[in-house]
Design a protein around this ligand. Structure first.
Ligand code: 4NP
Length: 157
C-alpha cells in the first residue's frame, strides 16, 4: 500500500481538498486498494472539526466527498507511516522539515512540484478569502493529484 499525507495549516481547507481530490482520482482509476490518502495540519486550532463548509460545498460540486473527515495535527509517526508527506505551501514545508524525526522514511515535498505546468509552488490559503478561492484551490490540487498519481504509477506500483 502506498500512503500519501497531504498537509496544510488548519487541515480544514486545502489539505482535505487535496485528499478528497486525490482519493476520487485513485478510485476512478481502480487503485483504491493500493493507495491510501490522508491529511493533517501543522496547526492545532481546528482539531476534531470537519472541513470548512465552503470547502465541502466546492468539493461536492465536483463530485468530491469530504463527509466524515475530521482535522488532526501532524505527528512524528506520520513520517514513517506515510510514503509521501506533501506540503501545500513553503511555510508548512519548512515546519514539516523541522518536525521530521531524524532517519524517518518520508521527506516532505511541496505538493505543487507534481504539477509543474501550473508554474506555482504554493496552494494559497483560501480561509480568509471568498468562495472563488476554493475553486482555484480545487483546480490546483486536481492538477497536483494527476501528477502525483503519475509518479506513483511509475515508481511504486
Ligand atoms: P488550511 O486553511 O490551512 O487550508 O486548512 C486554514 C484554516 C484555518 C486557519 C488557517 C488556515 N486558521 O488560522 O484558523
Amino acid at each position: 500500500m502506498v500512503k500519501v499525507l497531504f498537509v496544510c495549516l488548519g487541515n480544514i481547507c486545502r489539505s482535505p481538498l487535496a485528499e478528497g481530490s486525490f482519493r476520487k482520482l485513485v478510485e476512478t482509476e481502480g487503485l483504491a486498494g493500493r493507495i491510501l490518502a490522508d491529511s493533517a495540519g501543522t496547526g492545532g486550532w481546528h482539531v476534531g472539526e470537519p472541513p470548512d463548509k465552503r470547502a465541502r460545498e466546492a468539493a461536492a460540486r465536483r463530485g468530491i466527498d469530504l463527509e466524515g473527515l475530521r482535522a488532526r495535527r501532524v505527528e512524528p509517526g506520520d513520517f514513517d507511516a506515510f510514503d509521501y508527506v506533501l506540503a501545500m505551501d513553503r511555510d508548512n514545508y519548512r515546519i514539516l522539515n523541522e518536525a521530521r524525526p531524524a532517519g524517518a522514511k518520508a521527506r516532505p515535498r511541496l505538493f505543487l512540484d507534481f504539477a509543474p505546468e501550473l508554474g506555482l509552488s504554493e496552494v494559497p490559503d483560501p480561509y480568509y478569502g471568498g468562495d472563488d478561492g476554493f475553486e482555484r484551490v480545487l483546480d490546483m490540487v486536481e492538477a497536483g493529484a494527476r501528477g502525483l498519481l503519475a509518479e506513483i504509477r511509475r515508481d511504486r506500483l
